[in-house]
Design a protein around this ligand. Structure first.
Ligand code: AKB
Length: 319
């Protein structure tokens, strides 16, 4: 059997950095090519500098390494995207179409393209948001993801390209930091707790959003990519659920470990984005089609986040 050669675009990002390490374990260290705009000094493995807005540069890496699968993770997220709407649209769409085109014209036979709960708007039910529902995203990031989902379906229908996608909830991990998202508070809050600092939350105490622990997010991605082709019935993007909570609930969990931990609330423009996002997700299609099942709940995630971050900050102090 031929080995797959994997290209990860956006390997320095919150998800990309953790996923790349896992892909190295699954496919072999020498079969994964990480790529991003700059070198991460902590990264170990094959790395190429890549600006995915340049199609010829993607093509040349795909040719050089005989890449068979691409994980395209580079994008400007919801909150940051609103600062420069047109350049966010141009960047997100250009990179995505470049990847799909390179895949269509090469030996690449599978592509992973991440979507997001940002595709939903106020026309979708906020509770148990269904898989198939009217999408009226309110951010440029959400609009670009909704367009991407339709392009993925188009490339599959017209060219048979096997593009697979997940609508990620907020992803929470200790290994990496998010940047520019509306759900970022749920990572930042753990860092403040471990540093024994008061956290100022940019969402109100009762803003409930769907979230997922990094370990589950990575496992979901790999399980989706490894599922038999005939099981993949949704060619836009799968809803993915794990847990839902609001800032007051995560604070209460943290207080089990750090009773003096304090949070104050100063909602900003990210509140308006969060107000239109689902509070919980119906992911029954992912469960039925490729067997999705989350493992982590808020308590398990909090225990692991605080333990790992404590270790990390202690090691920094010791150095
Ligand atoms: C964001 O907040 O923009 C992202 C997402 C939910 O896609 N974390």
């Amino acid at each position: 059997m031929n080995e797959d050669i994997i290209l990860v675009i956006g390997s320095n990002g919150q998800l990309g950095s953790v996923l790349t390490r896992e892909l190295q374990k699954v496919h072999g260290y020498d079969n994964v090519i990480a790529s991003d705009l700059y070198v991460d000094p902590c990264f170990s493995g094959i790395f190429e500098i890549l600006d995915a807005t340049h199609i010829a540069d993607i093509q040349s890496i795909v040719k050089q390494y005989s890449v068979t699968q691409i994980y395209h993770l580079a994008a400007i997220l919801s909150a940051k995207g609103e600062e420069k709407p047109l350049s966010t649209w141009n960047l997100n769409i250009k990179m995505m179409l470049n990847v799909f085109e390179v895949a269509r014209l090469s030996i690449v036979n599978k592509v992973f393209f991440p979507s997001s709960i940002a595709v939903f708007g106020d026309k979708a039910p906020l509770e148990h948001t269904p898989q198939s529902v009217y999408l009226n995203p309110a951010t440029v990031y959400g609009i670009s993801k909704a367009a991407g989902e339709n392009w993925a379906q188009y490339y599959h229908a017209n060219y048979g390209l096997d593009i697979r996608s997940i609508r990620y909830p907020g992803v929470i991990g200790h290994q990496s930091m998010p940047g520019g998202g509306t759900t970022d508070y749920a990572v930042d809050i753990y860092h403040s707790a471990v540093k024994q600092q008061t956290y100022t939350c940019f969402l109100s105490a009762e803003t409930r959003l769907p979230m997922i622990f990094m370990n589950d997010a990575i496992r979901a991605t790999i399980e989706l990519m490894q599922a038999p082709k005939e099981n993949i019935k949704t060619r836009t993007a799968y809803n993915l659920g794990a847990m839902s909570f609001d800032p007051s609930e995560i604070t209460a969990e943290i207080k089990h470990f750090y009773p003096d931990f304090q949070v104050d609330y100063q909602p900003d423009s990210r509140q308006l984005i969060a107000n239109k996002w689902p509070k919980s997700i119906d992911d029954s299609e992912a469960r039925n089609d490729w067997g999705w099942k989350p493992e982590y709940n808020l308590r398990m995630m909090t225990t692991e986040m605080l333990e790992k971050l404590k270790e990390k900050y202690n090691n920094i102090k010791l150095k």
